[in-house]
Every structure is written in C-alpha cells, then in structure tokens.
Write a protein that binds this ligand. Structure first.
Ligand code: NAI
Length: 463
C-alpha cells in the first residue's frame, strides 16, 4: 500500500513550506516534495535571503568608504574581502534553510526528497515511489525568463543565481532589465566597485510602481553612479575570453550599437515553473502566460489539485505566496482562508528603499476614483536628519469622499519596514485620519508616515 497523505505540497519555497506547516498545524497529514538539497526554495537559497545578505554587507562597505566620515568615523584604508562576504552569505542561507527543516520536524511534515510528478489525480510519484494524496498543491515557483540571443552560462551571462555567486567584482556589469532584481543586484556590485549599466526596454524603471517614485528612484540611484539606458533592447550577445559584447538597439527600432561588459545580468522577469510535473497529462488548465489557472480559492479545473505562489497569476512575491499558502491550508481544513490582494506590499531593497502598497495614482486615475494625496519628505524628519538619510518621501493616497486609505508609495530609509503600517491600515479599512491620529514615537522615521497622513487633509505640522 502506498503511503497516503491528506495534502502533498509540491515545492518547499515560501508558498509551499508555509502551506505545509499551516496544514499540519490544522491537523492534516502533510508531505512536502522538494528536489533541491535544502528546503526554502528560490527565496531562501538563491533569492531574497542571499541577496539581502549581500545588500547588507555591500551597504556596510559603502558606508565605510563614503558615508561614515560625515559622522566623524575615519578609516585609514577600507578593503573588501569578497570571499569572506560570500562565505557569510552562505552561512546566513544555511541557517535559514536549516530553520525550515526544523519547522518541518516540529510540525511533523514529511519531506519527500526528489522531483514530483502527478501520475494520476491523487497520485504523486517521487523518486520511484508513488504516494496517495487527497489534495495536491502545486507550489513550484518560477524561473528566470530567457532572452533570445543572450545565452545564460551563469559565469559571463548570469541570472540572479549567478550574480549572487560572482567570485570577483566585475569591471563593468551590464544589467538587462530595470526591475527589482536588476536594481538590487546592480546596487550590490556598484557598491563593491563595479561600473554598472542598466538597459531597460521601457522609458522608466520598475514598471507597475508609482511613476513619481520610479522617477525619483532613477535620479537617486543615478547619483550613486548607476547608469541607465532606457528605451533600449538587447538583440544579441557575443562572448569572448575578455568579456561579452552586447548588441543594443533603440526599443522603437534604429541603429544598433555595441556595449561591452565583463559580466551580463539577465533580469527581465520570471516565468512559472511547471515543467515535468505531468500537468498536461493530468488535464490541468494553464492561462495564456503559462501559469496554472485557478479560481479565487486556488482550485485548478481538476478536483483535488490546487496551486499557489509564482506559478499562478499575481505578483511574484514570497509574502504573497506565503499568504496564499496559509489561506489554502485553511480552506483544505474546512476553514475560510482568504488573501486581501489590496494590502500586499512590494519592497525594493536598494538604499534608500522603495515600498508600495495598494493602488498607485495611475491606477486610481484609470479607474476614475477621486482621491486625495498627502506627501511628506524625509528632509523634514529629525531622525532621518540625525541618520544622514534624507532622500525621499512618503505619499499616502486616500479616497476623496470617505478618507479611506487606498495606497501608499514611499522612497526613503527603511521604508520596507514603514510600509507595514499602511498595509495594516488598508487591512483594517482605516482612514488617513486614523493613521494621523495614532501616536507615533518621536524621534522615529515612522513620523513621516503620520505627517503624510496629516498632509492628506492639508495639515502636516512639520513643514
Ligand atoms: P521585473 O518584472 O521586476 O523587471 C523586469 C524588467 O525588465 C522590467 O522593467 C521590464 O520592462 C524589463 N524588460 C523586459 N524585457 C526586456 C528586454 N528584452 N530588454 C530590456 N528590458 C526588458 O523582473 P525581475 O527584476 O527579473 O524580477 C523577477 C521577479 O522577482 C519580479 O516579479 C520581482 O517582483 C521578484 N523579485 C522581488 C524582489 C523583492 O520583492 N524585493 C527581489 C527580486 C525579485
């Protein structure tokens, strides 16, 4: 008799492992299939966590070289030990992935090691064994989108995976794609001494983010030394012993030029990872972009097969996948799981950071929603001044009639943390006045959020 489970989750990234833990907490018998040697998926192994380790380390290097002298902290010579920095990153990843293994043991989630294939409804094959499952959850995530003519070898032409492992600082790093990965990893290598050029197809960075914030981000990163080539497309890459030559054309067409790079980072988006799962054979429907099609409760068209995270529609974010994992586990346990997509924050971990939640001004205009906007700059905040981090502002958008908070867009120090207050406000259906009347400790960066909320009603105090 094959071993049988209430739930088999395929993929142990933030969506899958969280779904498995929550289902086990609710008393279900759960297995999670993972083919990688460690749990945690892209996020913990080759994504969010290692990139944040390098962002932190490289920012310390940047501070030591360029910022601490302003605070009266002087060094005779600052040197980079990249091997040590990379080793530390490895330790951070190892501790995190072991943490997930511990959580599986604690919650009695069985880790099935190997690649999963759905061989029939309710039957999943892993490493030659077939297991029965009342429910199968596809949480297989995403992979880097390829670009024709630019062949990835993870040495000279890298995805985010290779860009986290470079053994030396490249002289010239060319990034294809001015999105989140390009700007975060471009920042890391720029801080460590590389010249960095970002080639972006559109006329702006970070599509989907608030326009005003995107423009300010371009200016701020530009001041730091990142170079941008907007409205441009890469049509080919030729590798040689001393680097890569890219052919770049205006997006609208026109004369091509050559750009030479030591390393090229391809970061033009990610696509759902569905290969080898047996989805077509099982009759699981996909949408026009190759994502698994689900209803609002994560059900596919095949009874007993469900999907969450990067492999379905929506933002490709670890915390979106986690919330879907929790909601689905609760649905499978007979509860009413739900995800509020209007309250999912997005953060770009450059310095200064960018953070956003809810609707942008562009979206509100397109939807014909009358709104008020309140803005407050970090230059007028005592704590930001004391830190020496005064770039950026917080903007809060509220319904013109009801004052309900509809969105917030921020660029500034630690705004990835500040945004949580507005996610909570949106979740609670709070008004801008609710945020403004809440006492915020002084002196903190959070006061900028309070002042922006006051500004919605034209009554900011400190400007
Ligand atoms: P992205 O979707 O953020 O950005 C891709 C960029 O490449 C866009 O600006 C797009 O216009 C541009 N592009 C597309 N085709 C191009 C071409 N042929 N030539 C030049 N530019 C082109 O994708 P990215 O940065 O690869 O990240 C992948 C996913 O991972 C995203 O969904 C992102 O949200 C997620 N992620 C999230 C992070 C975070 O939350 N901090 C960190 C890293 C990744």
């Amino acid at each position: 008799m094959p071993e049988s489970f209430d739930v088999i989750v395929i993929g142990a990234g933030p969506g899958g492992y969280v779904c498995a833990i929550r289902a086990a907490q609710l008393g279900l018998k759960v297995a999670c299939v993972e083919k990688r040697a460690t749990l945690g998926g892209t996020c913990l192994n080759v994504g969010c966590i290692p990139s944040k380790a390098l962002l932190q380390s490289s920012e310390h290097f940047e501070e030591a070289r360029h910022k601490l002298a302003d605070h009266g902290v002087l060094f005779d010579g600052v040197k980079l030990d990249l091997a040590k920095m990379q080793a530390r990153k490895g330790e951070v990843v190892a501790a995190n992935v072991k943490g997930v293994e511990f959580l599986f043991k604690k919650n009695k989630v069985t880790w099935l090691k190997g690649a999963a294939r759905i061989v029939a409804p309710g039957k999943v094959e892993v490493a030659g064994e077939t297991y029965d499952a009342k429910n199968v959850v596809i949480a297989t995530g995403s992979e880097s989108t390829p670009l024709r003519g630019v062949e990835v070898d993870e040495t000279q032409v890298v995805t985010s995976t290779g860009a986290l492992e470079l053994p030396a600082v490249p002289g010239h790093l060319v990034v294809i794609g001015g999105g989140v990965i390009g700007l975060e990893l471009g920042s890391v290598w720029r801080r460590l001494g590389a010249e960095v050029t970002v080639i972006e197809y559109l006329d702006r960075l970070v599509p989907g983010m608030d326009n005003e914030i995107a423009k300010l981000l371009e200016r701020t990163l530009g001041k730091q030394g990142l170079r941008f080539k907007l409205k441009s497309k890469v049509t080919g890459a030729t590798k040689s012993a001393d680097g890569v030559t890219l052919t770049v054309e205006p997006a609208a067409g026109g004369a091509a030029e050559e750009v030479k790079a030591d390393v090229v980072l391809l970061a033009i988006g990610r696509r759902p990872h569905t290969e080898g799962l047996g989805l077509a054979e099982a009759g699981v429907e996909m949408d026009e972009r190759g994502r698994v099609k689900t209803d609002a409760h994560f059900a596919t068209n095949v009874p007993g097969i469900w999907a969450i995270g990067d492999v379905i529609a929506g933002a490709m974010l670890a915390h979106k996948a986690e919330d879907e994992g929790v909601a689905l586990a609760e649905i499978l346990a007979g509860q009413k799981g739900h995800v509020n997509y209007a309250a999912i924050p997005g953060v770009i971990y450059t310095w200064p950071e960018v953070a956003s939640v809810g609707a942008t001004e562009e979206e509100l205009k397109a939807a014909g929603v009358a709104y008020k906007s309140g803005k407050f700059p970090f230059t007028a905040n005592g704590r930001a001044r004391a830190m020496g981090d005064m770039d950026g502002f917080v903007k809060i958008l509220a319904d013109a009639k009801t004052d309900r908070v509809l969105g917030a867009h921020m660029l500034g120090p630690d705004v990835g943390t500040l945004i949580a207050e507005i996610s909570l406000a949106i979740e609670f259906g709070a008004s801008a006045e609710d945020v403004a009347r809440t006492c915020h400790a002084h002196p903190t960066l959070n006061e900028v959020v309070k002042e922006a909320a006051l500004a919605v009603d034209g009554r900011a105090l400190h400007i």
